[in-house]
Design a protein around this ligand. Structure first.
Ligand code: ZN
Length: 154
């Protein structure tokens, strides 16, 4: 490795350490604020956040849309909320991705993945499950048609 490459590597390592330290200090700062926050305020803020995150899950949108438009934060919140996991949450809520997975499971008739995507547990049925009910030795999760068949058997 040349001297120049070595110094670039050292500079990147130093920068990485500075960023990690800044992140740790920021997390400590946020934890201190939380310690001083009254219980009722924490409850109100948590309920408010969950409500907006759920709306994001249902309606979709980018990470920026979540933090700026839905939650009303400014650019300074980008890194703080990303560190807290908001970007991962936003990416998980990609509705088209789940639709694509369901389509794949349906197209390739993958029985073993049906419960993971919320499909009827009746073998060969790939309709969306909507009814859960206890049966002898377990629990069923089926589409309306198969729930009706079970119900009519008595
Ligand atoms: Zn079914």
């Amino acid at each position: 490795m040349t001297e120049e490459k070595k110094s670039i590597k050292d500079a990147l390592e130093e920068l990485s350490n500075i960023l990690n330290q800044a992140q740790e200090e920021n997390e400590k700062y946020l934890a201190e604020i939380l310690e001083q926050t009254p219980y009722e305020t924490k409850l109100a803020v948590t309920a408010w956040a969950i409500k907006h995150i759920l709306a994001h899950a249902r309606e979709g949108g980018s990470y920026r849309y979540l933090i700026y438009d839905r939650l009303g934060f400014d650019a300074d919140a980008y890194g703080v909320l990303q560190t807290a996991g908001a970007l991962e949450i936003s990416n998980e809520f990609d509705i088209e991705r789940m639709d694509n997975i369901k389509e794949h499971v349906r197209e390739h008739k993958i029985e073993s993945m049906k419960s993971l995507v919320g499909f009827c547990d009746e073998p060969g049925c790939f309709d969306t499950a909507g009814s859960g009910f206890p049966v002898e030795g377990g629990y069923r999760w089926t589409c309306y048609k198969h729930w009706n068949e079970h119900k009519n058997k008595g």
